[in-house]
Design a binder for this molecule. Sequence first.
Ligand SMILES: [Zn+2]
Length: 449
Amino acid sequence: MAESRVQQSRSRDLDKLLLRPGNLVAPTFEPGVQLRDDLQEYARILVIGAGGLGCELLKDLALSGFKNLEVIDMDRIEVTNLNRQFLFRLEDVGKPKAEVAAKRVMERVSGVNIVPHFCRIEDKEIDFYKDFIIIVLGLDSVEARSYINAVACGFLEYDSDDNPIEETVKPMVDGGTEGFKGHARVIIPGSTPCFECTIWLFPPQVKFPLCTLAETPRTAAHCIEYAHLIKWDEVHSGKTFDPDDPEHMKWVYTEAVKRAELFGIQGVTYSLTQGVVKNIIPAIASTNAIISAACTLETLKLASGCSKTLSNYLTYNGVEGLHIKVTEFVRDKDCLVCGPGVLLELDTSVTLQKFIDMLEEHPKLLLSKASVRHQATNLYMQVPPVLEEMTRSNLNLPLFELMGKVSKDIIHVTGTTSKDDKKTSCLRKLRLVFKGADVVTDLDMAGGA
Ligand SMILES: [Zn+2]
């Protein structure tokens, strides 16, 4: 009895959104108890990351009525997480974040089921991600976002007029925080820009020009970087600086203080020195809470249609006062990830091995060590060794035959690509067209009929 009262009061605010009509609702929105119950019963949401943002997201989604959640995270809990990753306690240190976070939310919010996955996002089969209606990202790395974005956009198919096919659209809600700043965005592949369309939003890390550091330092960070990048090498010829060695860090700090005194600059502290050198930006619990709330609301709107979604990028800035703004970015029509796919024209005689070699040389792709998948079939897998051995014999066969002699189709390849001298794993969707294959297909079909 007490239980159901708790449930009732918890769904009170939700009911205002889901049981009543509105002016800003999606065309498919049908308010009512049925919608609320279906949402709770059938909507499966995946949260990626169980850190500062992930903890908030799991709690918020559970309290917003979602009952089927899963969470994936590869990290274990550290002491320094405890101030903001509020689902963790001192006795949890060393345990997987995903498992503890799932357990704690289930203890506190009755009726919710959260399945934890303690692994890397790349360890999951691509099809694992297909089962969720929405993927919510609480990540702190550009690479991980890029990967999940490519996976979700990889499901997207276009019809013959190049319009996205509704059933293949896998929406994402992406949150991110950095100190007092944060963002929440809605990515609907094929309609709104995907992560890759606006990759320029994540510029490479700011590096101070060496001349500023050497001649005209203006901030505490300049003094620290001077000690770290210039003075260290001058004094310790050949010895590499180790950011994890406290003696090294103390030396940089002492030198930075001297430098700051020379130029009359305030603010050099030991913790700032660590922050600048290791490029640590402090995580702020309230920023996580605000961004998570925005992401959860967007998830609810996407899942239920109870209101228009954010269009499409919200930025939050709490550095001085408070500033929130929404920007509508546009898609990059030539995007390799969310577009219809790079078009490749092949001869029917091209073997799988030759095809894999071509991917490496293709100027747009530059994809090495490719694994190739057609529909649900692995044509060639680089790893694990068992699968490599099983699929190796395909390498000498014509790709055209391996794909069932269709004249054109979509194929998915995963591999590594280098960007700015850094290797990253990536997934690409390719549109293959076999030259002169139409005739063969027609004959085959005639034969079959
Ligand atoms: Zn894109």
